[in-house]
Design a protein around this ligand. Structure first.
Ligand code: CAA
Length: 445
């Protein structure tokens, strides 16, 4: 069977930065460690006034196409995943295609375009759609462009405000991929939940504490469902496990839960028995609450063991390096986590070809998805081509007062006018509104 997966990836951050420890925490009169240690975040990326989901997506896609030497004829579909859309009918992919057509010869008239919505899991679903389209033999030798793009902003004063972010990830899904091959096996954990939603509003309604519980419950279900098709997972079976990362502290919780699940009835549980005992078994407890208390106690001990810490530092921590500096990018977040891990591997000279990744995506509302990926031979060259670190170091560092002004300008309200903080160069920019209230864009040399 021909391998299908992600051939190339490009990441585009919003060009502004809000430093959480230096700028946000003092203004909120809070301990900076709540952000850096508790949530695990150093900074958030923000879009400048001329940036939005279209410009960030189009700029990531253009860099990807230029780097891979692609022209519009090479692309058979453009799927955009976002939870920050500004139109209930016209998909963002048409805007992005329109931008790209301004700078390339040819057009995307032959390409199927769409927009996927299921909170942060939508980009993984779009990768899935592209995978299935290729597997079904309907791609006529063409690749799919999947773009995850979001301005993940919360209302001022909402507890989620500390976890904001903005950026886009463009991925080329193709046969014989250079970066990762995607497994056929996948697992789902999906239920009707009211934890985080945006009922026709740009800033979300969030039950933060509940959203954390729902994330863990659905992720666990997805892992169990994955195991029913792929067989039991073992923590040492994967080089990295990139999770959807609303903030690194969330992944810390998910990783511990996953490690406990994967080590049950294994050599690792046996090895740790002398140090922390065996995992509680439900049959040994009279009721569910007592069982849950025992599990919590076991997990508190487990996370302090060298075995767990070594595994976490090798398998999970490298997936969080980028996220710490940019915050939550909603649909792009799990794809940033994968890139972060691969970048770390490249920088530390780790050999990865043929190694496996376990990827845990999640969208509120709620659905988790798990699948495995095999790192392809061309991964190092692909990941070394990313200029993400350079982009991060060029971000404009907002003062708290500037942050306040730029925040609400992104509520898609026309009347707010604000000077830009950076000077656009060699990129697509938002220019205003047209006669039918459509958003307009141009490429600035
Ligand atoms: N030093 C060290 N740690 C500190 C600290 C300090 N001074 N002060 C607080 N902390 C720790 C807390 O103990 C806590 O850690 P634990 O959860 O491990 O105990 C952490 O910092 C956060 O503190 P709080 O729980 O008090 O923070 P909060 O209530 O203000 O906000 C939140 C947390 C509810 C998650 C909030 O950020 C939020 O609403 N975020 C948006 C929703 C979200 O991201 N949910 C995640 C799952 S849903 C999802 O994944 C979809 C998505 O993308 C939105």
């Amino acid at each position: 069977m021909t391998a299908v997966g992600i051939d190339a990836i490009e990441i585009r951050t919003g060009k502004l930065k809000l430093d959480l420890a230096e700028t946000f925490a003092p203004a909120k009169e809070e301990d900076p460690k709540k952000y850096t240690k508790g949530l695990g975040l150093e900074a958030s990326s923000f879009p400048d006034t001329y940036e939005d989901i279209v410009t960030m997506g189009a700029n990531a896609a253009k860099r990807l196409m230029d780097r891979k030497g692609l022209v519009p004829d090479d692309i058979g579909r453009i799927d955009v995943a976002t939870e920050s859309a500004f139109d209930n009918s016209k998909p963002v992919s048409t805007y992005i295609a329109g931008c790209l057509e301004d700078v390339y010869d040819g057009d995307f008239h032959h390409a199927n375009k769409g927009e996927r919505k299921f909170a942060c899991v939508a980009a993984t679903q779009s990768v899935d759609d592209a995978y299935n389209w290729i597997r079904a033999g309907r791609n006529r030798g063409r690749a799919a462009l999947v773009i995850a793009t979001d301005t993940a902003l919360y209302a001022r004063g909402d507890p989620g405000e500390a976890t904001q972010g903005a950026g886009a990830v463009a991925m080329l899904v193709d046969e014989e991929p250079s970066l990762v091959e995607i497994s056929t096996e996948q697992g789902y954990g999906s239920a009707d939940e009211t934890d985080f939603l945006k009922p026709n509003q740009q800033f979300p309604s969030v039950d933060g504490k509940r959203s954390v519980k729902v994330y863990l419950a659905r992720m666990r279900e997805a892992l169990e469902d994955f195991e029913t098709v792929a067989g039991r997972t073992h923590p040492d079976g994967f080089a990295y496990i990139p999770f959807h990362t609303p903030f690194p502290g969330m992944v810390r919780k998910a990783a511990l839960l996953g490690f406990r699940h994967m080590t049950r009835n294994t050599d690792i549980e046996d090895d740790l028995e002398g140090e922390i005992g065996r995992q509680p078994r439900q049959d040994d407890y009279e009721d569910w609450d007592a069982y849950e208390d025992a599990i919590r106690e076991y997990m508190d001990l487990l996370k302090e063991t060298d075995r767990y810490e070594t595994w976490y530092n090798r398998t999970i921590d490298p997936t969080l390096t980028f996220s710490r500096k940019v915050g939550n990018w909603y649909t792009g977040s799990v794809h940033v986590a994968r890139a972060s891990a691969l970048k770390t591997a490249a920088e530390t000279g780790r050999a990865l070809s043929g190694e496996r990744l376990l990827v845990g995506s999640y969208g509120s509302g709620a659905q988790a998805e798990m699948h495995a990926e095999t790192v392809a031979d061309g991964w190092r060259e692909e990941i070394e081509a990313l200029d993400f670190k350079e982009q991060l170091s060029r971000r404009y560092d907002l003062s708290f007062e500037e942050y306040g002004r730029v925040h609400d300008a992104h509520n898609h309200e026309k009347e707010r006018e604000l000077e830009e903080f950076t000077v656009p160069s060699g990129e697509f920019v938002f220019t205003g509104w047209g006669r039918m209230n459509e958003r307009t864009y141009e490429y600035v040399e």
